[in-house]
Each structure stands twice: as structure tokens, then as C-alpha cells.
Ligand binder design. Structure first.
Ligand code: NAG
Ligand code: NAG
Length: 359
């Protein structure tokens, strides 16, 4: 009877275990199936954690692991970016949304992404671009190229200038701009790509407000501009050693006698000088705030580190002391005094130990 019960029990446990196991393997199967459907993979790259969903024909961003710093969602079928589209991924630094079908971006679409450094929205059909993008506190690289309708939206923007985003690279190539947007002062901008736009004018004033500009790509953009109307901008590029990229034909035009004969306007250069100086001033102010913040962080960080170290030292010393005072006490306990003279002998030993520790 006893034996029978034991076998029964073992059998039921085994059955139970196998059921649980079966369920878990089924669950795993479904997970494999779902990753096959979405294929977003999570990987670590450049010491950052990222989700990769490119080219999956997705029309929505699937549920991803939180804490991702890179999201590659390029080459999909996303239509709109709504306030909740990205709100769960506030740690994103690099966001690739190129080659989708995005036509509308809500003004709060990126509101939850304070660390966003690089935003790629190229190859879409953006009709509504919110002002808030230009106020993102960490945004350094903005790619808007190949958005044939975006010039309509940017033309209507009421930008609050100076814009807050510390843009270093701005790409608005192939966006059908006839005149370049007036961004105001962009003190951090290094690279500006305005190629493949049917520009009708170039305002040197705009470039003077980009006082750290190193490179501007004007390929296939200046055919529609009257030669002499480019004089002040080109002179400014040369004066500030800005690398300007053009077609070979355009370079030839700028090397012509006709261009040489175009008049330069001294008062306009003065105005440019003032704009440039203001930009430089703003830049150094921003830099000093930045470095002050860094120094402050370093100092407080160092101080905190020192305090932690000091506390640790105190704690270790304390433990050391406790161990030292305990050890003789135990020893003394073990030596059970047989008579009074022995007991007296033990006390001075303990006292000297304690005095050693306290000094
Ligand atoms: C500017 O954009 C065009 C077209 O998008 C691209 O071919 C070119 O390489 C870009 N220029 C620079 C300097 O990156
Ligand atoms: C503009 O400033 C430069 C020096 O920064 C100076 O050499 C030049 O003469 C100025 N031009 C005008 C027209 O004020």
C-alpha cells in the first residue's frame, strides 16, 4: 500500500512537471514566432543598447525593451508620429526614421526624448513639422533630406529664435526650398547641406549667424540665382574659410570676370561682421555655461567620492576596532579566573588593549 502511494505520488509530480515544461516550451515557441513577425532585434553597439527594426514593413513601432538608446526604424511604413509613439523610450539618443511614409509629426512627438542627439527623418513626405523639434535640448544632427513637401511646413513655422537645439549638422538637401529657412543664430552649426534645392537667393546674413560653420554643400542649388546676388555670400565663405561645395560648372561661373566685376557692399559686410560677432559671443557664453556646469559636476563628484571613501574608511576602522576589542574580551572570558589574583591580572590587559585602540 505504502509502495503504491509512493509510485502514484512520483507519477503525479512527474506529470505536473512535464505539463509546466510543456507550457513553457509553448510560450517560447510563441516568442520565436513573434520575433519572426517583427524581427526587431536588440543589440549592443558602440557601447549603447539599441533596437533594430529596419526594413520590416511595419506601420507601427512594436513594443520594445525600455532603456534603448538607439532605435533604427528606417525603411518601414510609419505614417504619423504621435505623442505616445515614442513616449516609452525616453533614453533614445539616436533615432532613425528615414524611408518611411511620415507625413505628420505631432508637436509633442519627441517631447519625452530629452537625450535625443541625432534624428533622421530623411526620405519621407513630411507635411507638418513642429517647431518643438528645433527646441530639443540635445539635438545635434538633424537630417530632413528628400522631403519634397517639407518646405511648405517650414515656411509657416513660427520658430522661437534662437533655437535651443545645439545643431551641428543640418541636412535639408532636396527639399524643394526656393529660399533657405531663417533659423536665426546657430552657434554650433558645423555642416549645412542645402544641395539640390531650387534656390533663388542666398542671404549672407544667414551664414554670418552660423559663426562656426565649416562646410556648406550648395551642389545643384544655385543655378537659379543671379550671379552678382551671390557675391556677398561667396565673399563671406572665402573670408571665413568656409568650405563651399559646388558643381564644376558653378565653380567656373564664380571664376569668371563677370563675377569679379560684381560690386561688394561695404556697409553690408559691416552688418555681417556684427551678426557674426553676436553669434560668437553667444557661443562663448554657452561654452562657459557648459564648462562651468562640467566643473561644478567634477567638483561635486570629486567631493562625493571623497566623502564616500572617507565614510568607508571610518567604517573599516570601526570594524577593525570592534574586532580588536572583541578578541581580547573573548580570550579573557575563556580564561576563567580561579582566584581573585588571576581576575586582577586579566583586567589590566584588557585596559591596555582598549587604550591602544582608542588612540
Ligand atoms: C549633401 O546631400 C547630398 C544629397 O542628399 C549628398 O549627396 C551629399 O553627399 C551631401 N553632402 C555632404 C557634404 O554630406
Ligand atoms: C569685418 O571684420 C574684420 C575683422 O573681424 C575686418 O577686418 C573687416 O574690415 C570688417 N569689415 C567691415 C566692412 O567692417
Amino acid at each position: 500500500m505504502e509502495m503504491y502511494r509512493l509510485i502514484c505520488c512520483t507519477l503525479s509530480i512527474w506529470l505536473c512537471m512535464s505539463r509546466v515544461h510543456g507550457e513553457s516550451s509553448l510560450g517560447m515557441g510563441m516568442e520565436v514566432l513573434s520575433t519572426k513577425l517583427t524581427h526587431c532585434s536588440h543589440e549592443r553597439a558602440y557601447d549603447m543598447y539599441g533596437a533594430y527594426c529596419a526594413g520590416l514593413r511595419l506601420s507601427e513601432i512594436p513594443s520594445l525593451k525600455s532603456g534603448i538608446e538607439i532605435l533604427d526604424f528606417s525603411d518601414n511604413k510609419l505614417n504619423e508620429i504621435q505623442p505616445d509613439t515614442l513616449s516609452s523610450y525616453s533614453s533614445i539618443k539616436y533615432l532613425y526614421l528615414g524611408e518611411n511614409q511620415i507625413y505628420r509629426i505631432d508637436k509633442d512627438a519627441f517631447a519625452s526624448l530629452p537625450y535625443l542627439q541625432s534624428l533622421d527623418l530623411s526620405n519621407n513626405v513630411i507635411l507638418e513639422l513642429p517647431d518643438s523639434i528645433f527646441q530639443l535640448p540635445s539635438l545635434r544632427n538633424l537630417y530632413l533630406k528628400n522631403n519634397p513637401l517639407i518646405h511648405l511646413s517650414i515656411g509657416k513655422l513660427h520658430l522661437s529664435r534662437p533655437i535651443k537645439a545645439p545643431l551641428e549638422l543640418l541636412d535639408i538637401s532636396n527639399c524643394k526650398f526656393k529660399s533657405l529657412p531663417n533659423w536665426g543664430t546657430l552657434p554650433h552649426l558645423l555642416q549645412y547641406n542645402v544641395s539640390h534645392n531650387p534656390l533663388q537667393q542666398l542671404e549672407a546674413q544667414q551664414f554670418a549667424a552660423m559663426c562656426n560653420l565649416k562646410k556648406i554643400d550648395l551642389t545643384k542649388s544655385i543655378e537659379g540665382i543671379n550671379l552678382c546676388n551671390m557675391k556677398s555670400s561667396v565673399s563671406w565663405y572665402q573670408y571665413k574659410s568656409i568650405n563651399f561645395i559646388l558643381d564644376l560648372d558653378d565653380y567656373k561661373k564664380l571664376n569668371s570676370d563677370e563675377f569679379d566685376r560684381c560690386a561688394t557692399n561695404e556697409t553690408y559686410t559691416e552688418v555681417l561682421n556684427i551678426t557674426y560677432a553676436r553669434c560668437k559671443q553667444m557661443y562663448s557664453k554657452l561654452q562657459s555655461v557648459h564648462s562651468a556646469r562640467r566643473t561644478w559636476l567634477t567638483v561635486t563628484g570629486g567631493l562625493a567620492g571623497f566623502l564616500v571613501g572617507f565614510m568607508l574608511l571610518l567604517y573599516l576602522m570601526h570594524r577593525h576596532n570592534v574586532a580588536q576589542t572583541k578578541a581580547p574580551a573573548e580570550k579573557i572570558k575563556k580564561i576563567v579566573p580561579r582566584n581573585d589574583s588571576d581576575r586582577h591580572a586579566a583586567v589590566p590587559i584588557l585596559n591596555t588593549e582598549a587604550r591602544d585602540v582608542s588612540t
